[in-house]
Design a protein around this ligand. Structure first.
Ligand SMILES: [Fe+2]
Length: 493
């Protein structure tokens, strides 16, 4: 750091000496002192200073009045106000009037150090610009640089927000290739997974999706070094084989220290080389996407473990009641068939896939004597059974996500006419997936032998579904069921 010339204004000679000592001995600055604001003004009129430190309360002319006057005489000279801990408000007011910073008494050497360093380097930079004959050119250059940085920040923000919305890895591969080709303006882009000595291209623009043996190609270098590779003209184009006639840029996707995928960018639209900025953008994209893919893998692992744990729980519940063995599996299958016919959204099908298995999980709370009772249930016992949707909902609730699945568990015994339980919802107020599950659940219950009755035939069960269409069941869902394999009497399970 270059040494500076500093003026200290304070009516207390002790403060002047102390601050002057710090600045001279530690920062190697030249110092000058003034006893009050008027004295300070005389000094800055005669001499140039890099920084002025001024006390606020002084006789003749206060620090604040000095600051206002100094900003008119030497607007570029930074003024730092000296204040006691109890008068921070004065320092804040001084900052509003144009002071560059403030220091509090007693002084902290590191604080003074960093203030002086910052202000002197700012002042040197400012002098360089203003003293330079090409002032306009420099400012334009700096603005251009600033604009470029803003563009980069905006690109990185776009990358982050776009990738954060995607949970499916295939979609991520597609988006990476699309974003990279757009941002780096290349005609050829591909993303491949490293597998058994090959790079399996999963998504490509301007080149073919195929499997490329890694051995002997530049991919080997990328994998071994775990670093990007910029191939030169004349090297082999690993996409197509012939010598390269334009730059080829390969970027590894690294998870836990291993290269699991490679992004390749080649053949820039304007025929130019890849710039440092473009390389930096591509590397950021790769880093961000790899993190996203890793998170997705972790999420998938967590999700699968959770589903398997809950499925085991359901199997345990069903094992208590031999009549209902695999009931949840069959119900889920029927419900998915209906969902297929009704062409509902994929995320709703996912909710059925997960929630269907768990719809009766709340039965864990029902006593065996009630669950397995061969005769008619008493009102009390019926009440106990009817608690299972809410208990199931409460079991899943702590997981936090899976809102649709939770509703599926809670509302699978609602009736279309509002006479079901536990919430007495009616019509469209019952989520569609719950209306679907209700039909699937009832059909399976009717066609299974229960402790208190034999199974109904398929035909009898369908007649019952049709009879209760529009009252217990949503007619549209019941009609959709009739179009499924199970509804036509050909069970797929
Ligand atoms: Fe149920």
């Amino acid at each position: 750091m270059e040494k500076g010339k500093i003026l200290i204004i304070d009516d207390d000679p002790l403060i002047c000496d102390l601050l002057s000592g710090i600045l001279k001995n530690i920062k190697g600055c030249t110092t000058d002192t003034a006893v009050d604001g008027l004295d300070g003004i005389e000094k800055i009129q005669k001499d140039k200073y890099d920084i002025v430190f001024t006390d606020l309360q002084m006789p003749r002319l206060s620090g604040m009045d000095f600051l206002r006057a100094a900003k008119k005489i030497e607007p570029a000279t930074p003024v730092v106000v000296i204040t006691g801990c109890s008068s921070i408000e004065g320092a804040i007011n001084a900052m509003k009037e144009g002071a560059s910073d403030f220091v509090t008494k007693p002084f902290r050497i590191d604080e003074i150090n960093s203030i002086v360093d910052r202000l002197i380097s700012e002042r040197r930079l400012f002098s360089k610009i203003t003293e330079n004959a090409d002032y306009d050119k420099i400012v334009k250059g700096l603005n251009l640089e600033l604009f470029k940085r803003l563009q980069e920040i905006s690109i990185l923000h776009t990358i982050s927000t776009e990738l954060d919305k995607i949970y499916d890895n295939r979609e991520i591969f597609e988006r990476i290739v699309e974003m990279a080709s757009r941002l780096l303006k290349v005609k050829e882009a591909s993303f491949g997974i490293v597998e058994n000595g090959n790079l399996k291209i999963k998504r490509a623009i301007g080149t073919r999706e195929r499997t490329i043996p890694i051995s002997g190609t530049l991919f080997e270098h990328v994998i071994n070094k775990r670093d990007y590779y910029l191939a030169s003209f004349g090297e082999v184009n690993p996409h197509s084989g012939p010598p390269l006639t334009s730059p080829f840029f390969s970027i590894p996707f690294i998870i836990k220290g291993e290269v699991f995928g490679i992004l390749n960018l080649a053949n820039k639209a304007d025929g130019s080389e890849f710039t440092e900025d473009e390389i930096s953008i591509a590397l950021t994209l790769a880093k961000k996407a790899a993190l996203r893919i890793e998170n997705n893998a972790l999420y998938e692992l967590f999700y699968n473990n959770l589903i398997n744990t809950l499925k085991s729980l359901v199997i345990t519940i069903e094992a208590r009641d031999s009549y209902t063995m695999q009931h949840s599996e069959r119900v889920t299958g029927f419900a998915l068939e209906i969902a297929e016919v009704m062409k509902i959204a994929e995320d709703e099908k996912d909710a059925i896939r997960f929630g269907g298995y768990l719809h009766d999980i709340g039965k864990i709370s029902v006593r065996d004597t009630v669950l397995l009772k061969p005769g008619k249930l008493t009102d009390e016992e019926m009440k106990e059974i009817r608690l299972h949707p809410v208990i199931g909902y409460n079991i899943i609730e702590p997981i936090g996500s899976f809102k649709s699945e939770r509703l599926l568990i809670r509302n699978h015994h609602e009736n279309f006419n509002g006479r079901g339980y536990p919430d007495g919802l009616a019509g469209d107020k019952i989520p569609l997936i719950c209306r679907i599950l209700a039909v699937a659940d009832t059909y399976d219950a009717m066609t299974s032998t229960r402790p208190y009755r034999k199974a109904l035939s398929h035909k009898a069960a369908i007649n019952e579904l049709q009879r209760c269409s529009g009252t217990q069941f949503d007619g549209e869902v019941a009609r959709a069921f009739l179009q499924t394999a199970a509804g036509r009497g050909r069970s797929v399970i």
